[in-house]
Design a protein. Structure first.
Length: 255
């Protein structure tokens, strides 16, 4: 009887997760399953198998890992996906399955940047009336309710999918998917006379153009800090994650 291929679960939806899935799916001795949260209507799909939706918490994930005979889990979720990262750490602790987290480096302010760092969207909303009247809000469609009480601040809200729920009354919503070039971000912010940018510190190059535009325009950036994540072994890129996984599978055809 032919031995089953070792299987890896990639928790993702990020560019790093897609990069890693592409690398690993090219190896015939390995089964690659990517899990997407399902929050984006038309996500960019990675190579290999794809499942969409939750697992039912940490215990549900642990049961799924056991049933699917997963050999390793790589958490390449968004830096703000604290709940999923916590579930992954708990599930891998329950099952003894090795876990690696891919964490892209956060953005760092330069000498010419004017950042106001905050710990939450609510804190960001409290700051805005004192900082400006026209805000470029790039924190995604979830959490917009934090800004709904601001009746005298105008918002340019950018999301991938249409938002729902409470939103600030003075607003324009644009739907767009990155990457966003710095020159286009500069033109957009000039067109709408933006004087404050609100964003999460997701890191990466795909969406960093808005920071360069804010720097050129001399406007304030309200930067939401990343949440604390459950402890796990970490690396910063897909190539390092691939190397880690293959070291754990020395006898498989994938290696």
């Amino acid at each position: 009887m032919t031995a089953a291929r070792p299987a890896v679960l990639i928790l993702g939806g990020t560019s790093e997760a897609r990069d890693l899935a592409s690398r690993l799916a090219a190896r015939p001795g390995l089964r690659v399953v990517s899990s997407l949260a399902g929050r984006v209507r038309d996500p960019a799909l990675p190579a290999g198998e794809v499942r969409v939706g939750g697992f039912g918490g940490a215990e549900g994930l642990a049961a799924w890992l056991t049933q699917q005979q997963i050999s390793a889990v790589i958490d390449a979720t968004h830096p703000f996906a604290a709940g999923m990262s916590a579930n992954a750490a708990t599930a891998c602790g329950l099952t003894g399955i090795p876990l690696l987290r891919v964490v892209r480096p956060p953005w760092q302010p330069g000498d010419d940047d004017n950042w106001r760092e905050v710990g939450s969207l609510t804190e960001a909303a409290h700051l805005l009336p004192a900082l400006g009247r026209r805000v470029f809000l790039t924190t995604g469609r979830q959490g917009l309710a934090a800004f709904a009480p601001l009746r005298h601040t105008w918002f340019l809200i950018r999301c991938v999918d249409p938002p729902d729920g409470p939103m600030p009354p003075l607003r324009e919503v644009i739907l767009a998917r990155g990457p966003y070039a710095a020159a286009a971000e500069l033109a957009l912010m000039r067109q709408h006379r933006i004087d404050v940018l609100v964003t999460k510190n997701s890191g990466g190059e795909l969406t960093a153009g808005k920071l360069a535009a804010a720097r050129d325009l001399g406007i304030t950036v309200v930067m939401v800090r990343r949440p604390e994540l459950a402890r796990a072994l970490r690396c910063s890129c897909a190539a390092d994650a691939e190397s880690w996984l293959l070291r754990r599978l020395p006898r498989s055809g994938a290696a």
